[in-house]
Design a protein around this ligand. Structure first.
Ligand code: NAD
Ligand code: TYD
Length: 351
């Protein structure tokens, strides 16, 4: 079996959906259920014997030691993190706590477990750390895309905390021999995305008749990847990635934010026209820029493509249309997330 941390969040829950659609190997999901953790993302597996959930913190070594001993996983995949740049600007403390200290405690717990294994068990074991392209900093318009050898130049508290965690993972391999893999992925989008990030925020604000906030001039570029393509890439790296290596994952979809917002508006105009017949783009509003806003991210994914044969299955056009349709077809999920009802359930269930 495998242990996934942060599996109630956006990418972790999509990963569990993809994993269990491809394999019967059980998954234990360890998640603290912060505001970003939503068990409704995984309601499909509530009574599936292949899926187990434990509420807990990656910084809780006692809990980790017990779970590792009890379940004897062959791999741990670390998705758990604070993940939103704007929140990291308002309050960086939680980002240091989970992304840096939490990763440290997780690595130490996993190292203790790994050292207790037989030699074949140690050889087969993997710790896969899920990270971001934001560790590399920002690109000028004509710079080549980020490759795995780019220096780390993080610019936001979020990116700095993720860069620190990547360094810890690297060091635990070089110093202790822990069999680690690290993936650095570009911006994801798709189902179950919490509506604080650009794409779900714009879809839901548009439908609610609210302004669509565009930071600065809207010409910042992100390299968008459909979340299921990310999940498939992680599975490929887990299976055949070379221990100690990092793999960049990206969709070859560089888009300026303004273009992303306009495309969402066009999909909504076609699928759910406004009652007054006007275009959703009328709701676009330019607002104050994010401090230290990175101008451009782009991923060179040639290493994972050449070594592991991975490439994205969705184009930005097909993935974005699927995503808009998913939000239109899941009003109950949207309602619970926007009203905060999913939190009340969590508190009732888990105190
Ligand atoms: P998310 O914020 O949606 O989910 C994070 C999950 O981690 C939540 O379920 C939360 O409850 C859980 N969590 C937070 N602190 C925890 C702790 N201390 N112990 C246990 N669980 C905890 O994030 P996401 O977008 O799904 O991102 C997952 C990972 O992928 C993160 O490490 C992020 O840095 C990385 N990443 C994200 C993107 C993106 O576009 N969203 C791109 C590349 C990499
Ligand atoms: P976001 O989804 O927060 O991801 P990240 O900051 O990790 O790339 O933002 C994506 C881009 O969209 C980023 O350039 C900031 C911009 N943005 C807006 O213009 N308006 C918004 O309301 C949000 C949330 C983001």
């Amino acid at each position: 079996m495998i242990i996934v941390t942060g599996g109630a969040g956006f990418i972790g829950s999509n990963f569990i959906h993809t994993w269990l659609s491809l394999s019967d190997e059980p998954v234990l999901n360890l998640d603290k259920l912060t505001y970003a953790g939503n068990l409704e993302n995984l309601s499909k597996f509530q009574s599936d014997s292949r899926y187990h959930f434990v509420r807990g913190d990656i910084g809780d070594r006692e809990l980790l030691a017990r779970l590792l001993q009890e379940h004897q996983p062959r791999a741990v995949i670390n998705f758990a993190a604070e993940s939103h740049v704007d929140r990291s600007i308002h309050g960086p403390g939680e980002f240091i706590e989970t992304n840096v200290n939490g990763t440290f405690h997780l690595l130490e717990s996993v190292r203790g477990f790994w050292q207790s294994l037989s030699v074949p068990g140690q050889t087969a074991f993997r710790f896969l750390h899920v990270s971001t392209d934001e560790v590399y900093g920002t690109l000028a318009p004509n710079d080549p895309a980020f490759s795995e050898t780019n220096p780390f130049e993080p610019n936001s508290p979020y990116a700095a905390s993720k860069a620190a965690s990547d360094h810890l993972v690297r060091a635990w391999h070089h110093t202790y021999g822990l069999p680690v893999l690290t993936t650095n992925c570009s911006n994801n989008y798709g189902p179950y995305h919490f509506p604080e990030k650009l794409i779900p925020l714009v879809i839901l604000n548009a439908l609610a008749g609210k302004p669509l906030p565009i930071y600065g001039d809207g010409q910042q570029i992100r390299d968008w990847l459909y979340v299921e393509d990310h999940a498939r890439a992680i599975i490929r790296v887990l299976q055949d990635g070379r221990v100690g290596e990092t793999y960049n994952i990206g969709g070859h979809n560089e888009k300026a934010n303004l273009e992303v917002v306009k495309t969402i508006c066009q999909h909504l105009d076609a699928l759910r026209p406004r009652a007054d017949g006007k275009p959703y783009a009328d709701q676009m509003t330019f607002v104050k820029d994010r401090p230290g806003h990175d101008r451009r991210y782009a991923i060179d994914a040639s290493k994972i493509s050449a070594e592991l044969g991975w490439s994205p299955e969705e184009t930005f056009e097909s993935g974005l249309e699927k995503t808009v349709r998913w939000y239109l077809q899941n009003p109950a999920w949207v309602q619970n997330v926007t009203s905060g009802d999913y939190r009340q359930w969590v508190e009732k269930q888990y105190g």
